[in-house]
Write a protein that binds this ligand. Structure first.
Ligand SMILES: Nc1ncnc2c1ncn2[C@@H]1O[C@H](COP(=O)(O)OP(=O)(O)O)[C@@H](O)[C@H]1O
Ligand SMILES: [Mg+2]
Length: 1043
């Protein structure tokens, strides 16, 4: 029952419409083809073997089914396992999971799925994990020894298994108990074509290494062993060798010691070797056929391996000792009997070994008795079997299934009715088939078939299978579920399918015909005492312990219980166990005989559906109420659907449920209110409720999300705000702190400087650093002193022209020394000047003037320097005649000399006396006593001289003056430097005007109204008496050659 959209067919057959076999098969087929292998009938899971790995298992799915209720997801074994486990854990109800179905329908796989689910969801922890591991690892060990390849199933369990898993109050596994039923031991000695012996034989031969094989005295490969079906030694997709290693490690995990594993393997190998013992006819003298062993090698090897006396074993195989109260009689066995004995021994050893292994596992996983336990039982037992030829085994198996059907009927159908009764709900009776009558037919203590069989086995006298059948015929001639040739004949009913040695039982699932052949033998299940005694004598402790009855001290003449009786009592125990628990059903169906995926044989499934009573199951479900739940739980689940019960409800549970259902539109026919539970008739109503709940949950989820998101945003915002305030506070604080720190540091630094400065000031005198300066100053000063003293004592002469001066002793004094030298020189000059008379000063001034005018310009200047300016070269002082020339002029005569005047017209020279006074230049002919030409100094405009040695010069007169009108005057003087220097002075003194003195080789001389260009050239050196020669060149040009 799922609320998911897109479900294939109907997920719960309770909803099937129309309800008949055809539609049921169609629905299963449709679902199977769409890989939906699970379908519900209420809480029963139908599982159709997919013969392929579907992606619907594993941790992811386990987690999913763990979180949802039974109805919320697709049908699955996990859902059933979850319900069972939760009910066990939370409601303290012991559970059993009954897995039924044909061989190959998937029971064992289903039981493993249940176990793996429970292992995954139950508690964790080291202890718990090791318990889980042991429980899970018991599977490969039991499968190796108890499973075989059959035609129907490659891994068919050849024994029934019921496993109680025990949990503590928290639901963590503590351990378990495994009960095994009816190992198909005949398989040890014989298999049908296409089938194999038990897996362990093949695993051992394929997986054991050479060393182990040697220890077990085995050869590799199956071909050497009579008991192994040599046609089919391999199964596709099954790796015997690696499985062998897995079995070994599983045994270790469970707690088998190395020694125990070795012994188990030895016994296994012993069985194989027994099969290889060949027997032959031997004739005795008395003619009675006897038997013997062909090749003693195997029997000797067996003896060596387990510590047996091989002769005793041989004797035990080939003869039999009968013991009565009085005597012991030994009879020999013929070959057939001996072979029978050998095979019986092999079967017995193997089945006892298997029982021992189960017990050994139980020892490891058992729980201390003190603890209070919750129990989950898982039953994986062969389903109803109808073969061509059904024998004792099928009979007991079908009996077991009949009992299981009874449990199902009782627990499901009866319980259903009873519940209605308990709850006070009217019940329309559903007819169902109660198989109690068949169970009775088989198991009745006095008149049941099993009781009859036991009776025959124990009865003295000639007993055979046919006497047994006759007894049945007699007893059950009127029984509606019993048939045989005899009863048919009595009713004149002819049926060719019924053999003479057969009887037929109408099981709930169909009629099965059993052949009574070997019923007695199989029920007796006798092993000759000789054999068990030999086995008991073995040195190997395991083998020895398998045959306790071989101990002569314990041997009693009392018969052991028959196989039928044993089985009956173990079924009774099982039933009691199941009745005490809450049942959960998994019904397995095999879709085809070919073990093929995607093949669905409707005929085959129809038969199984009938065996399993599926339709009946649905019918009961539909007649009643499909769903029921305690008020409390129901209210808990659906209370959110009504405003009056959500969010809080204070009233009683029942009233609450009424309120909820009132608020929804549910027709009253659909509901029934029991005493403690609410009943809902059709799943549709439940779907409706669930759908409403889903919608409501969505609403509520949205509300929660909304509130949560709001809350989250708010707290997030508040947090951010708080953080922001904190950060900015810290930031500001930090900034201020830094700022303050800076100010403080600066203040401290300034303070330090000031203090330091003050302190240094006070203490400077004490400082050594000042010493250096002082010292340096001192040294410097003393050096300077020394130098100055030296200067003082070694001053150079005070002559003005002496420029010598001592060099500075140190470079640092160099500038000062130069200054001093200059100072000294200036001082000398000043002293020199101070001692000069005014006359000398005048002379020097004139000399200075001459120097300024001609130094470097005129060649005759240097010669004039050392010669003092006499001024009077004609003896004017003593010559009044000459003095007269001066006229009335006041001042002194500056220069008086004889000069030559150049005639401008022809270039000829004539002597003249020249007087220079403070105001005039006076020219007079030497022969005349009257001044001829008087030129006022203000009229002298300028003078031109040559740069040569000569004394030629031209007086340029201003044109305005009266004398000037005659033109310029060309003169030649021997003291031209002195004359012109004095004239310059005089002009300056008289007119405050600087006379222009031009030094040139070409000048023009004004002459009346025209001018003459004078060109002076230097004559050859030392030529023509050093005379000045003037040559007139044309009217306007005069060439003067000077020395
Ligand atoms: N749920 C499943 N998924 C896949 N394969 C399965 C499933 N159930 C059964 N099988 C296949 O069917 C075979 C027979 O199943 P098994 O449980 O041994 O049958 P049973 O115990 O009823 O005889 C398995 O070996 C496996 O290959
Ligand atoms: Mg199985």
């Amino acid at each position: 029952m799922s609320f998911q959209e897109g479900s294939v067919g109907v997920e719960d057959l309770v909803l099937l419409e129309p309800l008949e076999e055809g539609s049921l098969l169609k629905n299963l087929k449709l679902r199977y083809e769409n890989k939906e292998i699970y379908t519900y009938i209420g809480n029963v899971v139908i599982s159709v073997n997919p013969y392929q790995q579907l992606p619907i298992y594993g941790p992811e799915f386990i987690a999913k089914y763990r979180d949802y209720t039974f109805y919320e997801l697709k049908p699955h074994i996990y859902a059933l396992a979850n319900v069972a486990y939760q009910s066990l854990r939370d409601r303290d109800r012991d559970q059993c999971i009954l897995i039924t179905g044909e061989s190959g329908a998937g029971k064992t796989e289903a039981s493993k799925l249940v176990m793996s689910y429970v292992a995954a969801v139950c508690g964790r922890g080291e202890q718990v994990n090791s318990v889980k591991e042991q429980l899970l690892q018991s599977n490969p060990v039991l499968e190796a020894f108890g499973n075989a390849k059959t035609i129907r199933n490659d891994n068919s369990s050849r024994f029934g298994k019921y496993m109680d898993i025990e949990f503590d109050f928290k639901g963590s596994p503590l351990g378990g108990v495994i009960t095994n039923y009816l190992l198909e031991k005949s398989r040890v000695v014989k298999q049908l074509k296409g089938e194999r012996n038990f897996h362990i034989f093949y695993q051992l031969l394929a997986g054991a290494d050479a060393q182990l094989l040697k220890a077990l005295k085995l050869k590799q490969g199956t071909s050497g062993y009579t008991y192994l079906n040599r046609d089919v030694s391999r199964v596709d997709g099954m790796d015997d060798a690696s499985n062998f290693r897995a079995v070994q490690s599983a045994m270790t995990v469970i707690g088998f010691s190395k020694d125990e594993i070795q012994q188990v393997l030895e016994v296994t190998s012993l069985v194989l070797k027994l099969g290889n013992i060949e027997l032959k006819d031997e004739f005795q003298a008395n003619g009675i056929p006897a038997s013997g062993i062909c090749d003693r090698k195997d029997i000797q090897e067996i003896g060596e391996m387990v510590g047996l006396n091989s002769e005793e074993l041989e004797r035990a195989l080939c003869s039999r000792t009968r013991e009565t109260a009085k005597e012991k009689v030994v009879t020999v066995l013929n070959v057939i009997q001996a072979q029978y004995a050998r095979d019986a021994l092999a079967k017995n050893i193997y089945s006892r070994l298997f029982d021992w292994i189960v017990n050994r596992i139980n020892e490891s996983i058992k729980v201390g008795t003190g603890e209070k336990k919750k129990v989950m039982g898982v039953l994986d037992i062969y389903g109803f079997e109808i073969l061509e030829d059904n024998s004792f085994e099928q009979f007991v198996i079908n009996y077991c299934n009949e009992k299981l059907q009874q449990v199902f009927i009782e627990l499901t159908l009866k319980e259903e009715q009873e519940e209605y009764k308990r709850e006070g709900i009217p019940w329309t009776k559903v007819d169902y088939f109660d198989n109690g009558i068949i169970c009775n037919l088989i198991e009745h203590n006095q008149r049941g078939i099993l009781a009859m069989l036991d009776e025959e086995c124990l009865r003295p006298g000639v007993v055979s299978d046919s006497t047994f059948l006759a007894k049945l015929n007699q007893l059950f001639s009127k029984h509606s579920h019993y048939e045989s040739k005899v009863t048919q004949n009595a009713q004149h009913h002819y049926d060719h399918s019924m053999g003479l040695s057969c009887f037929r039982i109408c099981h709930y699932a169909g009629k099965v015909t059993y052949n009574v052949n070997s019923f007695i033998d199989k029920n007796n299940d006798l092993l000759f005492r000789d054999l068990s005694q030999v086995m008991w004598k073995a040195q190997q402790p395991l083998l020895r312990s398998l045959f306790p009855e071989g101990n002569p001290k314990e041997s009693s003449l009392k018969r052991p219980p028959t196989a039928g009786a044993q089985f009956k009592s173990s079924v009774a125990v099982l039933m009691k166990n199941l009745y005490s628990k809450n049942p959960n059903y998994i019904r397995c169906i095999k879709p085809n005989e070919q073990k093929q995926r995607n093949q669905f044989s409707s005929e085959l499934v129809a038969v199984q559906a009938r065996y399993l009573g599926l339709l009946e199951n649905v019918r009961v479900r539909r007649a009643g109420y499909a769903y029921r739940q305690g008020y409390k739980a129901f209210l808990g689940r659906y209370r959110l659907l009504s405003r009056s019960t959500w969010p809080s409800w204070n009233g009683g549970d029942r009233e609450g449920v009424e309120k909820v259902l009132e608020s929804l539109i549910v027709s009253s026919e659909e509901l029934a209110f029991g005493k403690t539970k609410i009943f809902i008739r059709s799943p549709k109503t439940l779907f409706y409720l669930e759908e409403q709940r889903r919608l409501r949950l969505q609403q509520l989820a949205t509300l929660i999300q909304k509130t949560y998101r709001g809350w989250r945003c708010r707290t997030h915002y508040q947090l951010m705000r708080k953080s922001q305030i904190l950060i900015s506070a810290w930031f500001r604080g930090n900034k201020q702190k830094k700022h303050y720190g800076k100010i403080k540091a600066s203040t401290l630094r300034i303070q330090a400087f000031v203090r330091g400065w003050k302190a240094r000031k006070n203490y400077r005198k004490y400082f050594r650093s000042g010493a250096a300066l002082t010292l340096a100053n001192f040294i410097y000063r003393s050096m300077a002193q020394k130098f100055l003293l030296y200067l003082k004592n070694n001053l150079p002469s005070t002559k003005v022209l002496d420029t010598s001066w001592p060099a500075a002793p140190y470079r640092c004094f160099k500038t000062a020394n130069q200054e001093l030298q200059q100072l000294f020189h200036q001082w000398k000059c000043k002293r020199f000047r101070d001692q000069l008379s005014p006359r000398q000063v005048q002379v020097l001034r004139e000399k200075l003037c001459a120097s300024e005018l001609f130094k470097g310009r005129k060649a005759s200047y240097p010669q004039s320097v050392p010669i003092p300016f006499r001024g009077d070269y004609i003896g004017l002082q003593g010559n009044p005649k000459l003095q007269k020339l001066k006229g009335r002029e006041e001042g002194p005569v500056l220069v008086a000399e004889t000069v030559k005047k150049v005639n401008r017209g022809n270039g000829k020279t004539s002597a003249r006396i020249l007087l220079l006074t403070t105001g005039h230049v006076i020219l007079t002919d030497t022969k005349k006593s009257q001044a001829q030409t008087v030129i006022g100094l203000e009229s002298v405009a300028g003078v031109s001289v040559t740069s040569f040695q000569d004394g030629l010069f031209s007086l340029h007169l201003s044109e305005m003056s009266s004398v000037g009108s005659k033109g310029d005057i060309l003169l030649v003087s021997d003291h031209v430097v002195e004359l012109l220097a004095k004239m310059y002075q005089a002009v300056l003194d008289a007119t405050q005007r600087q006379l222009s003195v031009t030094v040139t080789e070409k000048f023009s001389v004004r002459f009346k109204d025209s001018s003459v260009a004078v060109k002076v050239i230097q004559g050859p050196q030392g030529g023509e008496n050093n005379k000045l020669i003037c040559k007139k060149k044309g009217s306007h040009s005069l060439e003067v050659t000077v020395p």
